[in-house]
Design a protein around this ligand. Structure first.
Ligand code: ADP
Length: 636
């Protein structure tokens, strides 16, 4: 078999008969043979890059060894194998000199075709193997260089063995500058990494990464261990990527997120403030309405208008309370006043309060509540709020004449409440978002049921504050809905709290001497009128010093004191009053826009006996006034 028959052999010999004979042997074997008779002609023809040069050592114009040296020293031809030939007997030194000049083989007996062809084939094979090795090295280097990340190979001591072009570009340093360095000096100019990255990789045996800031740019450096056949770490493969644009984007997103958070916080604060500020005018409106309601000589139109106005004021009050609640919840400021309660009683009471709305829609409501108590450790007001919200929604979002079913069961150590309706239903997409803030299925302005889309957010938050879960299920629009609340029951049974009977206290007839202190004139005016209509004697003051003056000159039973007064605040006024009159002589009632535990603690410390949250309802106030010592004396 002939190796690469198309291979080109340049045969250089001045001895024509010998050249002819050798060329003939080669051509017969399938090689293409180019011939040259002198050294200079050989150097000219070698520029066409034959696959092999057969070179006689004795040439007329120059030494064959010299020709060989020049072929081997030219980068363009250095890889072409050279076979020295000599027809005469040469001593060993000639052979040595030939090989020293770079020749790849030496043959004396060219007349022997078998030996000649075997030598030529061997040299061409070696050349091809070398070409292939060079090609794969070149391909490897090209691939290595085109990797878009900087790559460097490290030996077992963390010294650089190889780098690619991208790394040279990223670091602005050349290959020779980088190879042989260790990682810290290679990354010179970058903040030192503590602990050193390479050592850290050796220690962990896994990939280690760092992001480092370098001038205006950011680099991510990560090293993976390179292991030998026995899995021992013998170096590292280090990737250096320019992540500047990614970092810029991240920082931009971070700034945007911070801005959004800030906007969100301001919105929450604004909602809280708005709801808080709207309470005062609402309280005045409510009181004014009460006064009108007490007039004897009012027209039929006014009599008809009163319940409408009362309903709307109550509705507005509920919206404000929800707004305040939701802003408290989003700011994590809701505190539960937990005690042992019977959830069955709470559910029954919540249904009772919703009954008017249910009836007004002509719905039929059925409730299945077990006779045995379902004890929960919870805040009774908040638990009732949860149930009432769900039942109210069921009533609102069901066409007139629908059915609502409320059931409460005990499942293991959970209380499970179901509120089901035959109403408008909820689409699957909506079910996923329904508990999110401000989400409403119908956002049209003329939607008939009003609302702010915060009820269910509140319900979920309150359920979760009690350690429970809530879920919604509906087969889709028009298919009705079911809300399922699960609340954990306490493991050991603590006695249930006595129900609050204060709401059943009847108002005694005796009048009290009351001082109202508030900087809101409308509040003062309407509350004064109301209290007077209930037979009390009322004084008023718009600020702290006036209040102290009135208190020093008049015999008083009760002071109703707004906390947020200009100048001297309600706490200071209370402290001064307490220094002069004890609790048996003077009842101090704080009136504040805030009802948190912290505020209540402060008012008690300042000497107050009671704390009311604005807007103060007359019935709430009357409950306190009814048990005043002077009235007990009067009724007793
Ligand atoms: P609001 O009732 O003030 O809109 P909610 O948070 O209580 O706020 O309810 C959010 C939305 O969920 C409602 O607007 C309504 O689209 C939908 N939804 C709530 N309860 C029901 C229900 N029982 N049936 C159908 N849709 C309901």
């Amino acid at each position: 078999m002939i190796d690469r028959p198309a291979a080109i052999v340049l045969l250089v010999d001045d001895d024509e008969p010998k050249r002819y004979a050798v060329a003939k042997t080669l051509r017969r074997a399938g090689y293409t043979v180019h011939e040259a008779g002198t050294g200079s002609e050989a150097l000219r023809r070698v520029a066409t890059r034959p696959d092999l040069v057969i070179l006689d050592v004795k040439l007329p114009d120059m030494d064959g060894f010299d020709v060989c040296r020049r072929i081997k020293s030219d980068p363009a031809t250095c890889t072409i194998p050279v076979l020295h030939i000599s027809s005469t007997f040469v001593d060993i030194e000639d052979k040595v000199q030939g090989l020293e000049s770079g020749a790849d083989g030496y043959l004396t007996n060219v007349a022997e075709p078998l030996e000649l062809l075997a030598t030529v084939r061997a040299l061409l094979r070696a050349r091809r193997a070398e070409d292939a090795a060079q090609l794969s090295t070149r391909q490897w280097q090209t691939t290595f260089d085109t990797i878009s990340d900087g790559v460097l190979l490290l030996d077992g001591q963390g010294r650089v063995v190889q780098v690619n072009r991208t790394l040279e570009r990223i670091l602005g340093r050349s290959w020779s500058d980088l190879v042989g360095q260790d990682l810290p000096s290679l990354l010179g100019g970058l903040p030192a990494s503590e602990p050193p990255l390479f050592e850290q990789m050796i220690e962990s045996g896994t990939r280690e990464s760092r992001d480092v800031h370098r001038g205006d740019s950011w680099l991510r450096i990560s090293i993976d261990p390179i292991r030998d056949a026995e899995s021992a770490i013998k170096g590292g493969l280090c990737l250096v990527s320019d992540i500047t644009s990614q970092k810029r984007l991240e920082m931009q997103l971070l700034r945007q997120a911070q801005r959004l958070q800030e906007d969100d916080r301001r919105k929450d604060e604004f909602l809280a403030m708005l709801a808080h500020e709207l309470r005062n005018p609402l309280a005045s409106l409510s009181n004014a309405l009460e006064i009108i309601g007490q007039l004897h000589d009012r027209s039929d139109e006014v009599t008809e208008a009163i319940p409408i106005a009362r309903r709307q004021i109550q509705h507005m009050g509920r919206l404000l309370e929800d707004l305040l609640d939701v802003s408290r919840i989003t700011r994590g400021k809701v505190e539960l006043r937990k005690q042992m309660v019977d959830f069955g009683t709470i559910v029954a009471h919540a249904i009772e309060t919703c009954q008017p709305l249910v009836d007004s829609h002509g719905h039929e409501l059925s409730a299945a509540i077990p006779a045995d108590p379902i004890p929960l450790d919870g805040d009774p007001t908040r638990l009732e709020q949860i149930v009432a919200n769900l039942v109210n929604n069921a009533a609102k979002y069901t066409e007139p004449g629908g059915r609502i079913a409320v059931s409460l069961v005990r499942e293991g150590n959970q209380a499970v409440l179901r509120v089901r309706d035959t109403g408008i239903g909820i689409s699957p997409e909506m079910q996923r978002r329904i508990f999110d803030l401000f989400v409403q299925a119908d956002r049209s302005l003329d939607r008939s049921q009003g609302g702010l889309g915060i009820g269910l957010t509140l319900v979920r938050s309150l359920v979760e504050l009690h350690g429970g879960t809530i879920a919604v299920q509906s087969d889709g629009v028009g298919q009705g809905s079911e809300f399922l609340v699960r609340l954990p029951m306490p493991s050991e049974s603590t006695p249930l709290a006595e129900p609050d009977r204060s709401s059943t206290v009847t108002v005694a007839p005796a009048h009290l001497r009351i001082l109202l202190v508030d900087d809101n004139r409308d509040c003062i005016r309407t509350m004064t009128k109301l209290l007077e209509l209930h037979g009390h004697q009322v004084w008023s003051a718009g600020d702290g010093p006036t209040a102290l003056e009135v208190a020093s000159t008049s015999a008083l039973d009760v002071v109703l004191l707004d906390i947020g007064l200009p100048g001297m605040d309600g706490y200071q006024v209370a402290q001064w009053l307490r220094q002069h009159w004890g609790p048996e002589q003077l009842t101090l009632i704080a009136v504040s826009g805030y009802g948190g535990d912290e505020v209540r603690r402060r008012t008690i410390l300042a000497g107050f006996d009671h704390h009311l949250v604005k807007p103060v309802g007359l019935s709430e106030l009357e409950r306190i006034l009814a048990v005043h010592p002077r009235r007990r004396e009067a009724t007793g």
